[in-house]
Design a binder for this molecule. Structure first.
Ligand SMILES: [Zn+2]
Ligand SMILES: [Zn+2]
Length: 284
């Protein structure tokens, strides 16, 4: 065994995983404060009024739930590609915007199908749901950008990291791969996921910006669709798009609590929106 190369593979895993974990944490923070800034200027509004609508920072989730599975992915990718001879030699650093856009959008379409499949599996099979996905839903619709990563590492591992493992397996068969395109894909993936958990109806320009333009497509998922999924977990299981939900008959564009919020009705209790966590863990 070459100890030097083994340490290099480990370093690639730790640095890569830490960058995604820290990136997720920073994006959550920026998303949370941006929503507040926009709310103070009455440019956005909460999708439903809840008494526990702004809560629960989970900084540890970014390390354990997001960072750790990516450490394992990047370590195993570096190891299977043979370090500098394979992984590094095939890597391109070209900033080709056309290629980066096409790569990102194509990957999002494929990832959306994968995400829909795995996410639906969690909701379809009760033991899987209880073990791996129930924690993510335990806040009900009392969600904010700060709780995006809240959940099980296996949940993130299967919904997100496993897709990237398949992606790297495909890239391995190509003559070269583009690091900036992979970084852009992960950045928009994180931003889209944070948007889905912000709990605010965002203007189209902002949604388009944080989703890398995908938010402008006719069947794009929005902060509203994933928020409704947290109000009613039977619907809206897609990540970037709604077409799989529409085909499966599980798409919902409206929820009675969102409707009431727009009409100025009374705020429902935390229990009414599915909040199942101890009250003393609420951070307002
Ligand atoms: Zn969610
Ligand atoms: Zn779910």
């Amino acid at each position: 065994m070459d100890i030097g190369m083994e340490l290099t593979y480990l370093a690639v895993g730790v640095v890569g995983g830490a960058m995604v974990g820290v990136g997720n944490y920073v994006t959550e923070r920026c998303g949370f404060h941006l929503c507040h800034w926009l709310k103070e200027r009455q440019l956005v509004s909460r999708l439903s009024r809840t008494r526990c609508s702004e809560l629960c920072a989970h900084p540890a989730s970014n390390a354990c739930t997001v960072g750790l599975p990516y450490v394992i992915l990047y370590w195993s990718v570096a190891r299977s590609w043979g370090g500098a001879d394979g992984f590094g030699r095939k890597m391109s650093l070209d900033i080709d915007l056309t290629y980066i856009c096409l790569f990102t959008w194509a990957a999002m379409v494929v990832h959306d199908a994968w995400f829909y499949l795995v996410h639906s599996g969690f909701h379809w099979h009760k033991p899987l749901y209880t073990k791996f996905h129930a924690l993510h839903h335990s806040n009900g619709a009392c969600i904010s950008a700060l709780g995006t990563a809240y959940g099980e590492a296996v949940d993130v591992g299967l919904c997100f990291v496993a897709f990237h493992a398949i992606l790297f397996w495909v890239l391995k068969g190509l003559p070269s791969w583009n690091l900036p395109a992979v970084v852009v894909l992960i950045s928009f993936e994180v931003a889209t996921n944070v948007t889905g958990h912000c709990g605010y109806q965002l203007p189209l320009w902002l949604h388009a910006l944080v989703t890398g333009g995908v938010g402008l497509t006719p069947f794009a998922a929005t902060s509203r669709t994933h928020y409704i999924h947290h109000l009613d977990p039977r619907v809206n299981k897609g990540l970037y798009f709604t077409w799989w939900d529409r085909l499966a008959g599980t798409y919902a564009d409206e929820h009675v609590l969102c409707l009431k919020a727009r009409q100025g009705g009374p705020a429902p209790s935390c229990e009414q929106v599915g909040y199942a966590r101890p009250v003393d863990s609420i951070v307002h």
